[in-house]
Design a protein around this ligand. Structure first.
Ligand code: AMP
Length: 304
């Protein structure tokens, strides 16, 4: 780790702190992520190695944050730690949205930026899905942004497969539920690619609104937020829903107008959003199909 000059802490993820650092030889800025991948007497467990290989494989895509290398370090206490070294990006989507939300510069995000970011997000997730990887924890904090180039990259990948997503982070911060698909909140045992598309929908709406679409603070409240806007699901709108592990009897809400919830989005945008927020996973649009939705017809795709 002497190769790097550690600079400030740039964030805290679910699994550990992230530091900005500079490669002393090349001057390149990097993000160092300490992982909790445990190393025992046998060395690095093969599951962790597989995980890192997968990250490396996936980062071969412009819309996925690039894993530059992995450093294996023994701490002063004799504990072995793995550091993942990523390319550094100057901000994340949460901070980016905040700059548009906070006064005195409060203004909507330009629709061209929303469209471009959503397209890149769908590209990155299509890449993961085509390799059989579900992200499972997409949220604005782990979408990194290169402001200058207008590039969005998916981060915090793969680790979700090694560890189950905890309720609280390592610093006991509550892990956000805002982007979690209803079937996950209801305890489905069949995690499918659609859970990421639901999260993408929530993020799309949040870019348009500059505030979260479903800001629940408990699993129950999270479901209530969703049901209030989209209507309480029934066996008709979502076959099998009432047999899920955590299903209860809920108040019956009728679906409200999605367009009213995202006032700055045009009709095509609202149509795509409604397809991402379908209760029935079989009905939910795939990330790949989303790329061909007419909402993106006005986007210059040659730049991607
Ligand atoms: P994560 O655990 O990946 O969600 O990271 C937590 C926070 O650290 C993110 O919200 C970012 O603000 C920051 N971060 C993570 N990776 C990078 C990176 N490659 N470049 C810059 N900042 C990062």
């Amino acid at each position: 780790m002497e190769k790097y000059e550690k600079m400030e802490k740039v964030g805290e993820g679910t699994y550990g702190k992230v530091y900005k650092a500079r490669d002393k030889v090349t001057g390149q800025l990097v993000a160092l992520k300490k992982t909790r991948l445990e190393i025992d007497e046998e060395g690095i467990p093969s599951t962790s190695l597989r995980e890192v290989s997968l990250l490396q494989l996936l980062s071969n895509c412009l819309y996925i944050v690039r894993l530059l290398c992995v450093e294996y370090v023994t701490s002063k206490q004799g504990k072995s730690i793995l550091y993942l070294v990523f390319e550094y990006l100057d901000t994340d989507l949460k901070k980016f949205i905040d700059t548009y939300r906070k006064s005195p510069n409060s203004r909507p995000l330009p629709s061209s930026i929303i469209k471009s970011f959503l397209y890149q997000l769908c590209k990155g997730i299509t890449h993961c899905h085509s390799h059989g990887v579900i992200h499972r924890d997409l949220k604005p904090q782990n979408l990194l942004i290169d402001r200058e180039k207008g590039i969005l990259k998916v981060a915090d990948l793969g680790l979700g497969r090694a560890f189950t997503i905890p309720m609280k982070s390592y610093t006991h911060e509550i892990v956000t539920l805002w982007y979690r698909a209803p079937e996950v909140l209801l305890g489905t045992t069949h995690y499918a690619l659609g859970v990421d598309v639901w999260s993408i929908g929530c993020i799309f709406a949040e870019m348009a609104r500059r505030q979260p679409l479903f800001p629940g603070d408990s699993e129950y409240q999270q479901l209530i937020h969703i049901f209030r806007l989209l209507g309480t699901p029934t066996e008709k709108t979502c076959p099998g829903v009432t047999s899920l592990r955590d299903w209860h009897v809920y108040p019956q809400w009728e679906p409200q107008s999605l367009a009213d919830a995202v006032p700055h989005l045009d009709a095509q945008g609202v149509d795509l959003l409604s397809k991402m927020l379908k209760y029935d996973q079989a009905d939910r649009i795939s990330a790949k199909a989303a790329l061909s939705h007419p909402y993106f017809d006005t986007l210059d795709k040659s730049q991607f």
